[in-house]
Design a protein around this ligand. Structure first.
Ligand SMILES: [Zn+2]
Ligand SMILES: [Zn+2]
Length: 494
């Protein structure tokens, strides 16, 4: 092959815990030596503070600032190679707002859908289409600039014991490939031929997928997915090997691509992102809604208020025990891991030090997450109590109020706080007028898990710069919250 792609936007660092211990600067220097003119660093993104971190997969949220500032330092230091900062993230609609906040801090986001929450990958003949739906939803969110290894679902094509299940998988794989290629073409989002998959002889790049991509005419780029700087030196060779493997004579390969330029000229994607931010709730609010909804769905319809509140509390307590158990399992795994590292003779002392420090930091993070999560559940119990006291009785009303309280508690955006408080206050006021006996059914925005209660009458603009001006508005927030709580207490006669 004549063509050599002189840019790469898929690169990892030591922070993800499975990429060796190289300095980020080594990636820059080796990429430059290999003839690259642009290098994007896109390590696996952190998860929200309320979620346990897997130290073998990703950095912790509190390491994100340092990661970005290191890349910014390299941008300043090296002017003969363009350096961009990014994250590779899985999409999850519960995390849309969280991902938009991460996105604000870097130049671009790569979609790397390695898994889908609560979906089985092995031995699941429906996995390809479930995967494709999630990837299409991710592209529709406007959060992502490119899709890494869009054919990674093919990794699971050999996980069947019955031939008919495998046949079904392959039928679904064809449908899934078509869906992904068409959506990416429609939104002008490039799909990546993953050279790390070629290097490690994984199930991707996959011939069937790229044949379909060729017919659809979707824009395509290569991604090194470097977990070691040396992968830049074998980039040309891996491009050739990929060609042998999938034979992509007529793919629509982009010979120039820069995610920032591409985004700036893609109005459709910009609008989609704005809509996503406008309608997204914080992760805490989504988690509150999910937790309470799961609990309520398991309870009978005809409980009286006192029993309902008692049963919810009981189930919230058992949520806490589950979390403590999962914390105990994770921390035991860490201790086992460190014992294993201590006696592994293949590891150098430098490596042993690296891994044990990582395990140590991971354990501290784990216990902090547990603490946050337990206090989160305590606040859910408090919100439920308030909601029931205020007259909410139907499951949908309780879940709605709990979610709004969680949104007020967790968002940094003052307008969102005000809006949620107005909705809550209207609800309380109406309950008061009704003598607190009847259903209110007058919540303005839809509850994402319970379906629409009533359409959003006045579309509301969230400010996109959630991370800025936080200090400046914090005093106002305290003031508004004061009024909100005051009004609520007055209405409830507390
Ligand atoms: Zn990785
Ligand atoms: Zn990757």
């Amino acid at each position: 092959m004549e063509y050599f792609q002189n840019f790469n936007y898929h690169t990892h660092t030591y922070r993800c815990g499975h990429a060796g211990m190289y300095k980020t600067e080594e990636y820059v220097l080796t990429a430059r030596d290999a003839g690259l003119k642009a290098l994007g660093i896109s390590d696996h993104c952190p998860v929200p503070a309320l979620e346990f971190q897997d130290i073998k997969l990703r950095m912790h949220l509190k390491d994100a600032e340092e990661y970005i500032s290191e890349i910014n330092g390299l941008k300043e230091k090296y002017k003969d190679i363009e350096i961009l900062s990014g994250f590779e993230c899985e999409y999850d609609n519960m995390k849309a707002f969280f991902l938009s906040e991460l996105r604000d801090k870097v130049d671009y986001l790569v979609l790397g859908q390695h898994f889908i929450s609560d979906v089985k990958r092995e031995g699941n003949s429906d996995y390809p289409t479930v995967y494709a739906h999630e990837v299409c939803a991710a592209m529709e969110s406007g959060l992502f600039d490119m899709v890494a290894h869009p054919d990674i679902f093919m990794n699971y094509s050999d996980t069947f014991t019955h031939i008919e299940d495998q046949t079904k998988f392959m039928e679904n794989a064809r449908i899934a490939s078509q869906m992904i290629c068409e959506k990416a073409k429609e939104l002008n989002i490039p799909l990546e031929i993953n050279l790390h998959g070629t290097l490690e002889n994984k199930g991707y790049p996959n011939k069937l997928f790229w044949e379909i991509c060729e017919k659809v005419g979707t824009p395509v780029i290569y991604g090194v997915d470097a977990h070691d700087p040396k992968e830049f030196l074998s980039m040309r060779e891996n491009m050739d090997k990929s060609e042998e493997k999938i034979g992509y004579a007529n793919l629509n390969v982009l010979e120039y691509y820069n995610p920032v330029d591409f985004r700036n000229s893609n109005q459709v994607l910009q609008n989609k992102l704005r809509d996503t931010i406008k309608s997204a709730y914080t992760y805490e609010a989504m988690l509150a809604n999910k937790t309470i909804t799961n609990i309520l769905n398991g309870l009978p319809e005809d409980l009286d208020k006192e029993t309902l509140e008692y049963r919810i509390n009981e189930l919230l307590e058992s949520e806490k025990r589950k979390l403590e158990n999962s914390y105990a399992i994770k921390s035991r795994e860490s201790t086992d891991e460190s014992a294993f590292i201590a006696r592994d003779n293949r590891l150098s002392y430098e490596e042993k030090l690296f891994y044990t420090s990582r395990i140590r930091a991971g354990l501290i993070n784990l216990s902090e997450t547990l603490r946050l999560r337990l206090s989160f559940i305590n606040s859910l119990a408090e919100y439920v109590q308030k909601a029931i006291k205020a007259g909410a009785y139907s499951k949908a009303e309780i879940a709605n109020i709990v979610m709004r309280q969680a949104e007020v508690n967790s968002t940094g955006d003052i307008e969102s706080k005000i809006q949620q408080l107005e909705i809550l206050n209207d609800f309380y006021k109406q309950k008061l007028e009704e003598g607190g006996a009847q259903k209110a059914g007058k919540l303005v925005k839809s509850n994402p898990l319970f379906g629409k209660l009533e359409s959003d009458a006045s579309p509301f603009l969230w400010s996109s710069d959630g991370f800025t001006n936080v200090m400046a508005v914090s005093m106002i927030i305290m003031f508004i919250l004061g009024i909100g709580v005051g009004v609520a207490m007055m209405l409830l006669g507390m």
